[in-house]
Write a protein that binds this ligand. Structure first.
Ligand code: S3P
Length: 451
């Protein structure tokens, strides 16, 4: 039910330095998976640090509709009583996944091998996004999908009564597709094999193992071959959700471009399948350090410290790094606008099918704020104006996309003139405390009546 309400116009204007500590919320990818795997387990799952953004709340609601008992205990603590693999009940109403591609695609996978039928819908952004990438492999298990033209939502999935295991090579670098196939494989007898040529975030594999599934990953010349043995008994777990590196990206990048800033962002997971942005920023010359590096729950974690970095240089971002920073290109393009020279971002076709066409949304908004951008189907290049050189002053369209909204607010914090958004409401899908958190660091973000 996200981003359905009245638009909230916003503005960010240049203010003093950003200083202090930014406690960003829990990881969105891990939060969705905690609820879904908890719902597919027997017994109780306890989750702390769950992201209480609208996307995840929509997934919680969906899991209740499939029969799981989910309780918000307060303070980021949640309890899930699962129904077990194959135990989903048929929902009585349409499942509204709001703005969340991750939510809908993972849930479709999770229900596709159970004998239930469910209809999925979302907001205007989600209803435009391609679902065939998920329903094609789900059909191999025996599930049927009926949706709108081009494989769009609203869509009904009829789960397979007698599912068969599959071997599937994922044709696009997508953790959502990989995860949907693995979750479907849970209730198919025998072994389901997923092959991915380019590594994508591996939370589903790690968490399935943690819940007791038999799952292996073999790294070969063909790519990663993931093998899951179906029909395990998953057991409820106690999960502490790490903080989201994709949310950390915003205070980190804002600190790099706002003069005088020095911000600490503690406890950020640096799983190599997620940390591409930070590596890229360091290559650009950002003053970004990893303090107190350690291991938590089998994941590398550190406190990120970002300081104002006036001398950053544009670079060619290695295309093979794209999957590990796919959600961070919008805010990287903002940093690139304050660097010297060109930042080339290639091999990023997937950006065109996110909550918005992110290349187009950023290119249009950056140009309106005085920045030169070239683009092609799967690449874009931002020519930086150097520290302090960005004009700003424009109003940009956020297209129901939280990351476009937060990226342009960061631009406004360091530009010569304020930057306006038509609608900041989508920020609540992933980072509901963005405004108070950035304001506490020293940013000036205002809800306006304009445009
Ligand atoms: C996600 C995977 C990525 C990412 C999204 C979260 C996930 O999407 O953009 O925000 O949790 O699996 P794709 O799988 O479409 O690349």
């Amino acid at each position: 039910m996200s981003a359905h309400g009245t638009p909230i116009p916003m503005m960010a204007e240049p203010a003093g330095p950003l200083t202090g500590t930014a406690d960003v919320p829990g990881d969105k990818s891990i939060s969705h998976r905690s609820l879904i795997l908890g719902a597919l387990s027997v017994g109780e799952t306890r989750i702390s640090g769950l992201l209480e953004g609208q996307d995840v709340l929509d997934t919680a609601k969906a899991m209740r509709a499939f029969g799981a008992e989910i309780t918000d205990l307060g303070g980021g603590e949640w309890r899930v009583h699962g129904v077990g693999v194959g135990g989903f009940a048929e929902p009585e109403t349409v499942i509204d996944c709001g703005n969340s591609g991750t939510g809908v695609r993972l849930i479709m996978g999770a229900m596709a091998t159970s004998p239930v039928t469910a209809t999925f819908s979302g907001d205007a952004s989600l209803n435009r996004r391609p679902m065939a990438r998920v329903t094609d492999p789900l059909a191999l298990f025996g599930a049927q999908a009926v949706g709108r033209e081009g494989g769009r939502l609203p869509m009904t999935i009829i789960g397979a009564r007698d599912p068969v295991p599959v071997r599937y090579e994922v044709p696009v670098p997508s953790a959502q597709v990989k995860s949907a196939v693995l979750l479907a494989g849970l209730n198919a007898p025998g072994r389901t094999v997923v092959i991915e040529r380019e590594p994508t975030r591996d939370h589903t594999e790690r968490m399935l193992a943690g819940f007791g599934a038999e799952i292996t990953t073999e790294v070969t010349d063909e790519g990663r071959i993931i093998t899951l043995t179906g029909q395990p008994e998953l057991e409820g777990q106690t999960i502490t959700v790490p903080r989201d590196p994709s949310s950390a990206a915003f205070p980190v990048c804002a600190a790099l471009i706002v003069p005088g800033s020095d911000v600490l962002v503690p406890n950020i997971g640096l799983n190599p399948t997620r940390a591409g942005l930070f590596e890229t920023l360091r290559e650009m010359g950002a003053d970004l350090s990893y303090e107190n590096p350690r291991e938590e729950g089998g994941e590398p974690v550190a406190d990120l410290r970002a300081r104002y970095s006036p001398g950053m240089k544009g670079i060619a971002v290695p295309p093979e790094r794209a999957a590990s920073m796919i959600d961070e290109y919008p805010v990287l393009s903002v940093v690139a606008a304050f660097a010297e020279g060109r930042t080339e971002m290639r091999g990023v076709r997937e950006l065109r099918v996110k909550e918005s066409d992110r290349i187009d949304a950023m290119a249009v908004g950056l140009r309106a704020n005085g920045i030169e951008v070239e683009e092609g189907e799967d690449w874009w290049i931002v020519t930086g104006c150097g520290a302090g050189g960005v004009a700003g002053g424009a109003t940009v369209a956020t297209h129901l996309d939280h990351r476009i909204a937060m990226s342009f607010l960061c631009l406004g914090m360091a530009a010569q003139s304020p930057v306006h958004l038509d609608d900041g409401q989508p920020i609540a899908t992933s980072f509901p405390v963005f405004e108070p958190l950035m304001t506490a660091l020293g940013a000036r973000i205002v809800r306006t009546e304009r445009p």
